[in-house]
Design a protein around this ligand. Sequence first.
Ligand code: G6P
Length: 628
Amino acid sequence: MQDKRNGGKPLPLDMCGIVGYIGDGNVYDVLIKGLHRLEYRGYDSAGIALVNPSGKLNVYKARGKVSNLEAFCEDKDLSAKAGIAHTRWATHGEPSDCNAHPHYSEDGNLALVHNGTIENYKVLKDALTQHGCTFHSETDTEVLVQLIEYIKVKNNCSLLDAVREALKQVVGAYAIAVVEKDNPDRIIAARKSSPLVIGIGDNETFLASDATPFVEYTNDCVYLKDEEVAIIERGKPLKLVTLENKEAKIDVTTLEMSISQLEKGGYPHFMLKEIFEQPATLHDCIRGRVVNGGKKVMVSGVSDNKDKFLNAKRILIVACGTSWHAALLGKYLIQDMCRIPVEVEYASEFRYSNPVLDDRDIVIAISQSGETADTLAAIKIAKKMGAFVYGISNVVGSSIPRETDSGTYIHVGPEIGVASTKAFTGQVMVLTMLALSIAQLKGTMTKDEIAEIGKAILKIPKAVEKVLKLNEKIERLSAIYTYARNFLYLGRGYSYPVALEGALKLKEISYIHAEGYPAAEMKHGPIALIDEEMPSVIIAPNDHLYEKIVNNVQQVKARGGSIIAIVTEGDPVIHNIADHVLEVPEMPECLTPIITSIPLQLLSYYIAINKGKNVDMPRNLAKSVTVE
Ligand code: G6P
């Protein structure tokens, strides 16, 4: 039964990345490079289907990362005129060679890659089995390719017609690409709920889950809309039709991404590169939004929707993971500056919580990728209930900015490392500017108060540069703590979400258990865990709760726990108690999270490196979680 609170609509329930190419370039090379760029979407298995000029369809698959597929392909026939490929994050069926995509039809004529979930696959599978189909994998995807073949043979129709008819029978989410053995000059692709973008080059066409696989070849792309089917043919212009075979309009968008943003630029890992990019990304995020030397803050989504923000009775922020930690900071910022009540919910909980909302509520959805399934579902529910929905996202053209009524991009450039760093500080920066902009509109802060914070915002990129100078000290410090089995992260007020985020960073990439806690709440439980074996990271900048957190630092010390403290330069007390201090520049209280979170990013990075972990691709995680 479908969930009515979701508007009865199927949602994207699966992840994975897909890529396709037709043109005169080296098909295999284009596809493999594209898969590497999409590995953030999953790396349980990878596969490729190459349509050979002499009418052969070669399908190669390997369990694990794309590099395993490359090794497997070393001695294979890689000649091709067109091809499709896939990197998987397993949901239906364990990660294995046989469950890896592409899947092919029983007669071996068709190969298909899929990102999404076919919800009614069981019913379709049973029907196809009765018609004599044999299945070789446990996946929902194989059902789709078999169904297309079945329709094609039964109706003696073209591949395009068979794809359209099959998709009409499918309940669920899909981005697919299909190739045919006898036709090396054509790829059919389609989407519903899962992302798919087509890159249009000179005599070559690309398709992918996002634009990163083709950014070095072309800047012209077309984002497919739900239930559109693309006919990609060698030497012919792209054609789009609906499932009903009506021609659909082609809107070409120009990409603003550059290839250098997708490379490591001399850093050993994307995560470290992205941490060090923060002075520049924060500068880009602020540019044009804090003007007149800091006296004016301009967030166009607020000025374009004045009435909504002036009349809002409540703001609800929904997000997942790191974005949820930014959301918590958004609550402190908006309540402090705008005096509007704010609630924060995990998008995955909100969607099933039977929420009470109306048209005087504003729902802010935060998502780096703009594709997180739970956040998208939350948006759909909020819109249906009449709320004004505002998105904060990084990926231009992704689903969340397209689904929301208005919003702001954080403009920090592509984030490749699975553990979010520069997107977090960008999100917090946007939330700060958003709150200031609402406060300006509502008059809840004086001009001087706004100018004081505005001026400090303009100094943030330089302050972050200074924080990054702690790099070597943190690297040395990390060696002392690499073999801790548990960590406690403590903070109060604005530093509490920073503690949660610091703990999440460590867990994600080093697999050390870490718990973030409000420092004062520690005495109601976690204090029992403290001993010489359990270090605490305490975020204690010079703010209005400083005296209070000094007490908490004393309480940890009294139980023999070692302490790493993040403090403001010239800290009066804590540096005498803590085992190690990391000093950050003075900032107004509301801006301290951006400054204090950066040493924690570096600490988790170095601890994970010391443990020999793959920081850019931690086990079991994915960057873009389009699974429920
Ligand atoms: C995954 C990523 C996290 C991210 C979360 C939410 O878990 O690994 O880094 O914070 O999804 O993603 P979003 O794109 O919605 O911000």
